[in-house]
Design a protein. Sequence first.
Lengths: 274, 276
Amino acid sequence: MTPLTTSALPSPVPAASLTTTSEPPRLRTDKLTAMYGKSTAVSGVTLGFPANQVHALIGPSGCGKSTFLRCLNRTHELSDGGWITGRVLLDEEDVYDARVSAMVLRRRIGMVFQRPTPFPTMSVYDNVAAGLRAGVRLRRGETDEIVERALRQAALWDEVKDRLRGSAMALSGGQQQRLCIARTIAPAPEVVLLDEPTSALDPQGTQRIEEVVVELKGDFTIVIVTHNMQQAARTSDTTTFFYLGTMVETGATRQIFTAPRNEQTEAYITGRFG
Amino acid sequence: MRRIASNFMVGLMLGAVVVAVLPLVFILGDLLVKGAGSLSWSFFTRLPAPAGQSGGGVANAIVGTLIIVGVASLIGLPVGIGAGIFCAEYSGSRLAWLTRFVADVLNGVPSIVVGVFAWTWIVARQKHFSALAGSVALAMLMIPMVLRTTEEMIKLVPRSLREAALALGYPRWRTTLQIVVRTTLPGIVTGSLLAVARIAGETAPLLFTALGSQFFTTDVTQPMAALPLTVFTYATGPYEEWHRFAWGAALVLILVVLALSLLARLATRQRFDLNG
Ligand SMILES: Nc1ncnc2c1ncn2[C@@H]1O[C@H](COP(=O)(O)OP(=O)(O)O)[C@@H](O)[C@H]1O
Ligand SMILES: [Mg+2]
């Protein structure tokens, strides 16, 4: 595995792993606490994300899901007053180690946001290639190939293959969000974080994204925040319930939704609050 | 009743619009009537005729204005844009606060004071008038305008766009230049063009610095003619011929300013929709 402290690009596709218990999770947190100045948004979360699975984070609004997610790729520290205690480990390497470059880390842990964020001045093609250009220089042909593959994986290729040079802003909201997914996976990160990626989309756009997310787990480890419990049930292998900044329960998605152990979890998934 | 009140308000607003637009129409009309007659080939290509003689042109003043405003832009735009980017990117820092404060004060300083300042620090020390001193004075007027518009434009770029770039592993400086500034470039260009248009007609600072000249020169260390100075000198002169020249020069000046403003509009028209 590429060490974080070098600036080399990570290997393209992480090998599919068998989910054996002996293998450490691809990404995990250890007593992670996230602060905004003096106020605590996430407190003491220890959680692991095995490779090549979809992990859903659910919980009522304001319970710290986004903050937790943003700690994983060190974008939390971009917020005013954002700081953490505890550890985040990618392949058992502490991403908050002083020798780790946040820029290199973010190329290994990609992120898709709540609202589509295509770069307005760039074409469809350049948007997908944008992340590649942050890393090592590629040959033209190589870039073409990677852009096409990323767009195919994001189920957008057929819709945009004739307008690669056109503005990304001409796409629909759902297409823009899939473009952002393509942009995120093009540099071949190991982990893809999605923060309520469908909350700004219509049902049809939502369904396309969900299908893409499930497809992507063959190549990536996925952590998806959602306030939509059906979405968690449909897409994820494991589900974690957050409440008031703490992790209440985590487990296989089927177990969380059919036999939750915690009564707060049960209250939430049965729709009694949140 | 509500309807009457509403109509009344619309009427008031329309009245305000007319009052706002009429001066431009009158000025343009007046200039066209009085100035168009003196626009001839020789007006654009010849030097001013010696006092009392007829004929001649304002070629030196046209070239002089281009040079003085051009040099002022070379100084003012990079400094203004650069400082504007700084203030937007490090908006919480003390230096940004101080810069913003100085810019706001400078924005309120009358241009004649800026002219006197340039005279004291450059002309008086070098012991002669120069176009460069004029450019410095105009640049000082430009910088706060460009700085503030650049900053405001950059602040319009949604935070999410910046974060999307950083989350892709972009270094901060590349995020700023390639994503944030690039996205808002049409706005910055518009602000810059408006600032250029705004200083092109400044007269007071040039009276103390570039001074004006009857001769053709491209040497910025020497006194140089400029259209606003031509208007000023000729309009206050004793000859009928001079007055016609003043109208002509004023017309050329306002056409240049109008063209710059139109360019600025065009630049914003092509602006990308940030909110998609
Ligand atoms: N930029 C910020 N500055 C200060 N507090 C914040 C900021 N962002 C979020 N918070 C606070 O942190 C808590 C968790 O927010 P968030 O992680 O966005 O929750 P969720 O994504 O689950 O809705 C909330 O109480 C919220 O008010
Ligand atoms: Mg959130």
